[in-house]
Design a binder for this molecule. Sequence first.
Ligand SMILES: NC(=O)C1=CN([C@@H]2O[C@H](COP(=O)(O)OP(=O)(O)OC[C@H]3O[C@@H](n4cnc5c(N)ncnc54)[C@H](OP(=O)(O)O)[C@@H]3O)[C@@H](O)[C@H]2O)C=CC1
Ligand SMILES: O=C(O)C1=N[C@H](C(=O)O)C[C@H](O)C1
Length: 238
Amino acid sequence: MKVAVLGQGGRTGGAVARLCDAAEGFDRLGWSDRNAAPQGTEVVIDFSAPAALASQIGDLAERGVPVVTGTTGLDEAQQARLAAAATRIPIVQSGNFSTGVVILAALVAQASRLLGDDFDIEITETHHKRKKDAPSGTALLLGEAAAAGRGASLADAATFARQGNDAVRKAGEIGFATRRGGGVPGDHDVAFLAEEEVVTLSHRALNREVFARGALRAAVWVRTRPPGLYAMTDVLGL
Ligand SMILES: NC(=O)C1=CN([C@@H]2O[C@H](COP(=O)(O)OP(=O)(O)OC[C@H]3O[C@@H](n4cnc5c(N)ncnc54)[C@H](OP(=O)(O)O)[C@@H]3O)[C@@H](O)[C@H]2O)C=CC1
Ligand SMILES: O=C(O)C1=N[C@H](C(=O)O)C[C@H](O)C1
């Protein structure tokens, strides 16, 4: 399969490129023209930046090239462009390509449903100091799972910052806390806090190869799908 990596020179795109070069069945085409994927590309794997993805997706839809994208921090307009492209090509989008996080999200939804409203939900994420977006795409994905578990909408429940003298927790809030420093590839904790006990579900990425491996798996899967916007749960058949 001829694969091109948008963001091939970056931390995660670089890990994807190295894995592609080492894996059987992948022929990686170098991405030299910043404005367009190489001719002959059969699947694009993207770990770049929201503006980069948004600027390429129309051309990829025009050319019928399936896409796997892990870029996080898209605004509403950028997400809408991706959704429009997905009416013409298959796209797998995930805030996290590790299998562990996909399973964690399912556990979070279940815990949220089973523990109920007596438990307050707080999500904490830690990443390397060069990460641009906050909160992480994974934290948002876990927040969606937690909200869905209680039949709530994350848009209504999310609290992204607390400061000052009027920051008392409101009923049903899902709180997010962000830490940035050093070289941490990505840690996520979802805590369910009651008056007398706390349950915490956690994931720690030990390197970036875990994201790259999931992205390659998605690339193999997406190539033969009809147009649509897919998640890693689809890829893993969950
Ligand atoms: N879903 C997941 O599992 C994961 C998602 N991510 C996400 O992937 C994204 C990248 O993260 P990370 O690898 O740390 O970032 P880096 O900054 O290390 O890499 C980004 C790469 O994208 C390139 N790029 C940026 N703008 C453009 C453009 N307009 N055209 C072409 N290339 C461009 C950069 O090239 P240059 O420096 O030359 O501009 C760079 O090589 C982030 O959104 C991050 O959150 C990261 C890890 C896992
Ligand atoms: O930028 C990163 O590094 C990561 N980004 C993704 C996110 O925003 O959740 C996935 C992973 O945590 C690493």
